[in-house]
Design a protein around this ligand. Sequence first.
Ligand code: APR
Length: 260
Amino acid sequence: MVEYPASNPLLYAWKPVGLAERIMPYSSVVVLTGAGISAESGLKTFRDNDGLWEGHPVLDVATPEAFHRDPKLVNTFYNQRRAQLLGGEVHPNAAHKALAAFEKNFKGEFTLVTQNVDDLHERGGSIEIYHMHGRLLQGKCGYCEHSFEIRSDLNHLDQCSECKRSGALRPDIVWFGEMPMYMDEIETKIRRCDLFVSIGTSAAVYPAAGFSDLARYCGAKTLELNLAPSSKSEDFSESILGPATQLVPQVFEEILETAI
Ligand code: APR
């Protein structure tokens, strides 16, 4: 993953478009979600808190170098996030559920790509999800890459069940400097979609931040649903500002009503 500086805010111009202009029959829809879709479920986003993620600079807990430097701290950080996710207080919200309903009812091709490592899309009812930055509920061995489900704490000193080596158990999450997952599949889907929707992401991290450009170059309409303007807002066909729990159910119901 690569972080880019936000573009010049003066270039940003949001032009509200009426419903009639927005709604067209679409046959292939790709959705990209980011931390903003889970914010109203109680999970903190990355860039709305003075650059701190739950009190830590993101790069202190989300790079291979950080893990090599202090594997205990990094695993403890993700163990806390995993415990929070499974602790009974974090639930999928109306936006997660609306995307699941859309997947169920849309007759065309639908692809859900998420940068999020939580399991709220799954719990909201979505079936097919590309977790391009990995999953919190999956661990892996840094030596042999063996990946396994994990719902409790990870300790890097535990032995890998596959290669039997100790010292490198970590979350199966894509950190800065690592290659995001499913890129070939995602690119293929974006190239043939006629609507690309970005939800709750600041567009600060590539390659995900470039997906809307690819969709646009390939002729798709691009729509952004976000609480605040992102660094790419001016590049979308339309950018609508508001909380995901309000915008997502409304917009996807409208898309469904006009679907072919
Ligand atoms: N509804 C919609 N959008 C929201 C809401 C909400 N209720 N709350 C916040 N947002 C928006 C913010 O305005 C912001 O633009 O969500 C966005 C969250 O941005 P980030 O915190 O940067 O999260 P994201 O874009 O998912 O980060 C990308 O960066 O650190 C890495 O790997 C990590 O996947 C993550 C990647």
